[in-house]
Write a protein that binds this ligand. Sequence first.
Ligand SMILES: Cc1cc2nc3c(=O)[nH]c(=O)nc-3n(C[C@H](O)[C@H](O)[C@H](O)COP(=O)(O)OP(=O)(O)OC[C@H]3O[C@@H](n4cnc5c(N)ncnc54)[C@H](O)[C@@H]3O)c2cc1C
Ligand code: FES
Length: 272
Amino acid sequence: MPIPVRVKKIWVESNDKTLRTFDLEFVNEADAFNYMPGQFCQLSVPGKGEAPFGIASSPTEKGFLRFTVNRVRVVTTALHYLQEGEMIGIRGPLGNCYPVEKFRGQNVVIVSGGFALTTLRSLAVYLCDPANRGNYGDITLIYGARRPGLMIYRDELEEWERKGDIDMHLTIDERVEGWNGLVGFVPTVTKEIAPSSRDSWVVVCGPPIMIKYTLPVLTELGFPPEHIYTSLERRMKCGIGKCGRCNIGSKYVCIDGPIFSFADLQKIPEQI
Ligand SMILES: Cc1cc2nc3c(=O)[nH]c(=O)nc-3n(C[C@H](O)[C@H](O)[C@H](O)COP(=O)(O)OP(=O)(O)OC[C@H]3O[C@@H](n4cnc5c(N)ncnc54)[C@H](O)[C@@H]3O)c2cc1C
Ligand code: FES
């Protein structure tokens, strides 16, 4: 059953207004749940329907759950029309999470494109939390968007650059005036930056085409398939392994995923 949550804060994330971020708060504190980076929830708008969204906040942040929503059709448009103070439903947390225990004592490389940065923001904030930062080595972020105005969490990206906690590499597809970062597609930039695969794990999320071309680059850089993780998106209905809507091979993305290692995906015939 969906739990009632109130929209605490909404802001437009991208210049073209297709991306909005929502901070939600539980109406009843007793409904609050624990979660880990990489998990997702089903958000429901009464009379419109329900859809899955990755949790963009980190469990180390208290008092809100954050989601960034790309406007597509019915449910996402209804979410975009919400006003602060309105109520929606939430089911979750669903799915598995990034294997942060395996990352302990190791370097973590985060590779992302477009608005897939959502759950990777959760991961980055979690790893950089003062209570956790000492447990991990170097953290590198390679993040690309088509244009600077389509980058999400821009204030936070600037703050991460300033703090120096994360080795940051921001890139856009084509040069535009006023842009001081890198220019080029994420796979090409990843190859140029060539993060070391020694004692390192990599998490890659983005549009399927970006993932497709980034995986061979990571392999070339020496990352073993067991050390490469990605998050899959499939059409979902129940989110709890009952309806069979989201399966790839023998796996259900909603309960066996959405996070899979490249080694696991290589064993699934219909992988990405
Ligand atoms: C685990 C998971 C995490 C997600 N996280 C986010 C997120 O953080 N932010 C975000 O904006 N979106 C996310 N999505 C995608 C989001 O669920 C869909 O965009 C949403 O369901 C579309 O709903 P709609 O009613 O607006 O459009 P619909 O009418 O349901 O769909 C519109 C179009 O999008 C396609 N589509 C719908 N759902 C998916 C899907 N899951 N994968 C691929 N194509 C789809 C449909 O085939 C159709 O062409 C996630 C999906 C999954 C499975
Ligand atoms: S969404 Fe129903 S089984 Fe995965």
